[in-house]
Ligand binder design. Structure first.
Ligand code: NAD
Ligand code: MG
Length: 401
């Protein structure tokens, strides 16, 4: 059994963060919280810090730190409050921390995820946008510093479980021997069967009403547009060193099969379970052991049947755009991710129509393709292109809305 793990949960107030704290609380003998972080909702963060005995909390600015102090009701000592993006990265890299749960949403999670890799931590990666924007940089940091990378996005966790890994988590440079294809399942989201002609009336609450999973609002909209599945294809490309043409997306509305690996001999291995993120999180925390997660038994008889169908790229243009970006290269992936983040935030705030999300991404991809090519070797290069794309797309949204 692995020694006691001290864990930093970055993005602890979010959906993945809360599921992580639920699993940690079930195993006080082997799991403890070292640090927590949040961008807003300081009352929630203060509650979590009091309940877990966190030594450190990381918050975005001094105003948030003030709100945290006001909200603190803990019986014990108040945790040390660290402020700013660098403090978040330092917390991920701190010697007191063994394991980092990267559960911040968006490219904002990249600096801390990368810092965890550079410090050789065990990383449970939920923050897929970090890999989309900086897959090569991040995977090299994992390899060069002996970090342990465990994917907890459910599809990638399923694939990881179905691949031969000999009990070790690694960052491969070529596809696993014997593997033909990765089959990533997608629920199809809330609009799978809806007439595309009616999508222009979609509201944020309708887009966030996912049929199977309860998640943060950004990833819920991404699931409705299927950008999420496209980001997951790019994520799988980096995690498993798999070329784009050996990654397939299959619609599976029940979300029971979380993804599959097809081998050259025709064997297809699948991981099944309830749609509850505590399963992949417990897998990552316990690896290579299995921990109780609080998830109940899978009642296949109640399901009765499992369905599969091909995705319709006319209904879900964003999925095709993600494949295009992956084939075009890292600059396109950064632009696609940044454009999507800005467009989804605008949609959630009521400033952009749902059917304008895909055109915002197209605008960014066309703009990026016309730019002189720049080296994207370091974090600063990535964040620079990310920021330029955001400005470009924000201006486009101002013009069209
Ligand atoms: P969420 O919106 O519920 O939570 C996001 C967390 O990140 C919160 O704690 C928030 O305070 C923090 N945060 C937001 N913006 C920040 C910023 N600029 N700087 C620092 N912290 C910030 O999101 P979620 O659904 O928990 O998703 C988190 C990540 O996990 C995303 O990358 C998502 O794609 C991925 N993921 C989520 C699920 C799921 O079931 N929710 C499944 C697979 C992957
Ligand atoms: Mg997923």
């Amino acid at each position: 059994m692995r020694a006691f793990q001290r864990i930093a949960v970055l993005g602890s107030t979010g959906s993945i963060g809360e599921s992580t704290l639920d699993v940690i609380a079930r195993h006080p003998d082997r799991l403890g919280v070292y640090a927590l972080s949040a961008f807003s909702r300081m009352e929630k963060l203060a509650e979590q810090a009091a309940a877990t005995g966190a030594a450190v909390v990381a918050v975005p600015d001094d105003a948030a730190a003030g709100r945290f102090r006001q909200a603190w009701r803990g019986a014990g000592a108040m945790p040390a409050i660290r402020v700013g993006v660098q403090a978040l990265a330092d917390t991920a890299a701190a010697p007191e921390c063994d394991t980092v749960v990267a559960a911040i949403v968006g490219a904002a999670g990249l600096p801390s995820s990368l810092a965890a890799a550079r410090a050789g931590k065990r990383i449970l990666l939920a923050n897929k946008e970090a890999l989309v924007a900086a897959g090569s940089l991040f995977m090299a940091a994992v390899r060069d510093n002996g970090a342990e990378l465990l994917p907890i996005d459910s599809e990638h966790n399923a694939i990881f479980q179905c691949l031969p890994h000999g009990g070790r988590a690694s960052a491969p440079t070529e596809p696993a021997v014997g593997v033909r294809r990765l089959l990533i399942t997608a629920s199809g989201g809330p609009f799978r069967g809806r007439d595309p002609e009616t999508l222009h009336t979609v509201t944020p609450d309708e887009a966030c009403a996912h049929p199977n999973w309860s998640m943060g609002r950004k990833i819920s909209v991404d699931s409705a547009t299927m950008v999420n599945k496209g980001l997951e294809v790019i994520e799988a490309h980096w995690l498993f060193a798999m070329p784009a043409d050996r990654i397939e997306v299959v619609i599976h509305p029940q979300s029971v099969v979380h993804s599959m690996v097809e081998y050259h001999d025709g064997s297809v291995l699948a991981q099944l379970g309830q749609p509850d993120m505590r399963t992949p999180i417990a897998y990552g925390l316990g690896f290579p052991d299995r921990l109780r997660s609080g998830v109940g038994m899978l009642d296949l008889v109640r399901w009765g049947r499992l369905d599969f169908e091909a995705p319709d790229l006319r209904r879900f243009p964003c999925l095709g755009l993600c494949f295009d970006a992956l084939r075009a290269g890292q600059g396109a992936c950064i632009a696609l991710n940044a454009a999507n983040e800005v467009a989804v935030a605008a949609f959630l705030a009521g400033g952009l129509g749902y059917t304008r999300i895909a055109p915002a991404i197209v605008e960014a991809l066309e703009w990026q393709a016309g730019q002189p090519s720049v080296t994207l070797g370091g974090l600063e290069d990535v964040l620079g292109l990310d920021a330029r794309t955001r400005a470009r797309v924000a201006a486009w949204i101002d013009r069209v809305s």
